[in-house]
Design a protein around this ligand. Sequence first.
Ligand code: NOJ
Length: 757
Amino acid sequence: MKQTLLILAVLAGTTVGRAQNKKTMDKNTIGQKVENLLSKMTLEEKVGQMNQYNGFWDVTGPSPKEGNAALKYEHLRKGWVGSMLTVRGVKEVKAVQKIAVEESRLGIPLIIGFDVIHGYKTLSPIPLAEAASWDMEAIQNSAKVAASEAAASGINWTFGPNVDISRDARWGRVMEGAGEDPFLGSKVAEARVKGFQGNDLASPLTIAACAKHFAAYGFAEAGRDYNTVDISNATLYNTVLPPFKTAKEAGVRTFMNSFNILNGVPATGSSFLQREILKGKWGFDGFIITDWASIREMVAHGFAKDGAEAAEKAVEAGADMDMESHLYIAELVKLVKEGKVSEKLIDDAVRRILRVKHELGLFDNPYKYCDEKREKEIIGSKANNDAVLDMAKKSIVLLKNEGNLLPLKKNGQKIALIGALAADKNSPLGSWRIASDDNTAVSVLEGMQQYKGNTLVYEKGADLTTGKTTFLDELVFNTTDRSGFEAAKSAAKNADVVVMVLGEHGFQSGEGRSRTNLDLPGLQQELLEEVYKVNPNIVLVLNNGRPLALPWAAENIPAIVEAWHLGTQAGNAVAQVLYGDYNPSGKLPMSFPRNVGQVPIYYNQHSTGRPVNSDNNVFWSHYMDVEKTPLFAFGHGLSYTTFKYGEPKLGKKVYAKGEPVKIAVNVTNTGNYDGKEVVQLYIRDIAASLSRPVKELKGFELVSLKKGETKTVTFTLTDKELGFYNNEGEYLVEPGIFKVFTGTSSDNVQEAEFELK
Ligand code: NOJ
């Protein structure tokens, strides 16, 4: 009963007219158009709008046997397809759109979806890397560039941003998100939604965004993709949901549900997540797409006895569009006719879908995203390459720089460049890049060759992988061929500085790419140690889609540069940073562990009852074999210059509830270069009705400081930052003592204190 009322309330809420501003008028007009169309649709056509088929190539999941092309074409003609994914290119999109618009009875245009995860053809860094920039303007711009390329290729809708928070580096999909922190994750979610969607969804340069995966997919047990999720309400409300809520508030038009179960219920069948929270409490009026075949997977989860029951449960729970389960189209009409599913639920889903199609302008002109001239001009343009290069430089994190080995001198140096990844033009493109062409990245070798003042010698050392390296294949790292070691060592011996590019292949992270080891795969660690023996003057450039555990390197290698998978312009970005033409300012969005046994490791943990070794015995919360701190902490990242922080200054000691708390901190550039610094603010609610984390990020600012310059950075804390969700999902701001920390990383801060009365 409660659920029916809730559903009716949501249905009613979506049609009520509000203030008479232009947006509302547009909305009302769209609303009327949608109602008109809906009244003409047969039940089969309505269900058709809820059906999404994959295109005819580029599979991104296991395909149901029913999905042959002939059947898909037949369904398109009948108006039984509302959307297609992974159809791309003006020619191909036009071809399917033409069938939908010109051959089906009502001519309803398709909405074309695609995984635009970090760029389309011109690739920006993987999302985790972009998050490391802590530069929201740059991230928004990167999404804007990606949207413009995708839109120019006929695409209307991206399955992004991925706003999954994750604390588990074993999970390959951490490369797609913004890391471990809900505050940073929310800011990034907002920037990406705004970048993809712009101010006008109907513009042929913007596309609809999709916040995914709703919800808690990033908490797969043991980091194994698609695995069970079992988290507390505290984690759900305070860590998992905030970036989704922010995405909703930023106007995201679609959500994607997720593969995992939560409290025993698959997210796709979760009325609690989809109807109660998203469409109910949050008032989301866009539509929810399922993840790939996730309706069908509810049978494997043991939550539905067959496809029909799975379809029934999914639609009841609020999943509006079926991605590649083929179950809505097969079962829903029958379920409605049998009285098992109310047609009102179907109408609600269809209204939501049609509304977004209207907002995209597809009813005004279904071919507006299909302009060959625009496709040629925009995709791969010089401007887009410049933009992704800028983003790539901003994403690089300088982890270590002992003795100021970096930046490299530009003249008179002998440089040995070592590692298979250094010459690789494919791996830097990263995972999730279906539209880009293979081997189109600038390699580090090519980037460094631009600097002609030094002698550069390249040696591979050893192959990274032995098998195929594609989006669909397992990667094989059983290479045993050390025949290139000697040449690498001799190049190193003769060099002033050795640059080694090591890490993970681009396809080693991403969906289905979980690992139980976070080391350098293959022979790379051995190669690193061998080269170190002949010349320890090594700059290690890391390529990876997740935090790695590299204690030996952290201890022995003087300079370490985190260069992720940086996209099309990767090699240029790395070279410009190595040579000091760009001063790095990135900060880690995820903690790097000392070893995999520490995972999940994250800075905003709760205190145990025994946080320190007070009695000098073993009975405190620690490991016997390794320190409990991370190898590199959340928020860590160096610059070629140095910054000195003053203490955080508060206006007063006591604040009334609701009164803004202002904190000022002076930061001075004390080094020899102009530079940028991400000034970070954390809080701790010392005693509350629920234990609060030892630190929570609540503000940050990226500031530019000239040599010798000092700036005062001011933060304001309001109820929005000072409260938390209880286990019932209510937001509370409780009086008491708060600590405030400001500094350069989560583990390098100074503190002050105030009381909230
Ligand atoms: C499955 C993934 O989980 C999802 O993120 C993606 O958008 C779809 N496949 C479509 O490729």
